[in-house]
Write a new protein. Structure first.
Length: 229
């Protein structure tokens, strides 16, 4: 037997221990933030973008403070506008909820206005004037009911904001009817909102699906029955 020859070992290349330069680290020392802001170099995107934001931000803040310091009503209006803008910014990606809240606010405004017009059209001696005045709170409650009812359904068959729009339209129509018939305004609005929520909810979808299945079964039975000769 021939002796087994050992294969010569391959020489491995010697790796250098010198560290490679890190591309993420800046080669030049970082300047202080204030110096970067004052120098305004074109290659520095942070400083170039920050300057106009600071200028417009200071101008907007001065304008808001000036408007709010005019009177008490101006202060309330400015705070309301800021809160509304913050709500719009937070809900910018939830279009259906934003649509529902906006339409609900409009519905509350319209129903309150129509209730006030109905109050002004009647004398203080008429008992129906009191009914019309308190009906505004009923309309506002129904607007909240439409808003909450659309989001209570876990699996809504359609768009929730569209459901609130339909319910608020019926609510405004009911408030117009309430200008002439104060006792019938709120009950009519309640029935209308309840009907819209039922028709747009999952229960109505299940009922319509069962009705379609029943119709299909009736048709199949009629088709399978032999015709009279």
């Amino acid at each position: 037997m021939t002796p087994r020859m050992d294969s010569p070992k391959r020489a491995r290349p010697v790796r250098s221990r010198t560290p490679l330069p890190d591309a993420s680290k800046p080669t030049t020392p970082a300047l202080p933030l204030l110096r970067r802001f004052l120098r305004q170099e074109k290659t520095d995107a942070w400083a170039v973008r920050l300057l106009p934001r600071v200028v417009f931000g200071v101008a907007a803040l001065y304008t808001v403070i000036t408007l709010a310091s005019q009177s008490g009503s101006s202060f309330v209006a400015v705070v309301t506008a800021l809160l509304l803008g913050l709500a719009l910014w937070l809900l910018r990606r939830r279009t259906q909820l934003l649509l529902a809240i906006g339409v609900s606010i409009l519905a509350i405004a319209f129903t309150g206005y129509f209730s006030a017009v109905g109050d002004a059209a009647r004398t203080s001696e008429d008992a129906s004037a009191t009914v019309t005045g308190t009906a505004a709170f009923g309309y506002w409650a129904l607007a909240g009911m439409a808003l909450l009812g659309a989001w209570m359904v876990k699996e809504h068959p359609g768009r929730r904001g569209v459901t609130v729009v339909l319910a608020d339209v019926i609510l405004v129509i009911a408030s117009v009817v309430g200008m002439f018939l104060p006792e019938a305004g709120v009950p009519l609005g309640f029935l209308g909102v309840l009907g819209v929520l039922a028709m747009r909810g999952s229960s109505a979808k299940a009922v319509s699906g069962r009705a379609r299945q029943a119709l299909v079964r009736l048709r199949t039975r009629k088709a399978s029955d032999p015709t009279d000769s």
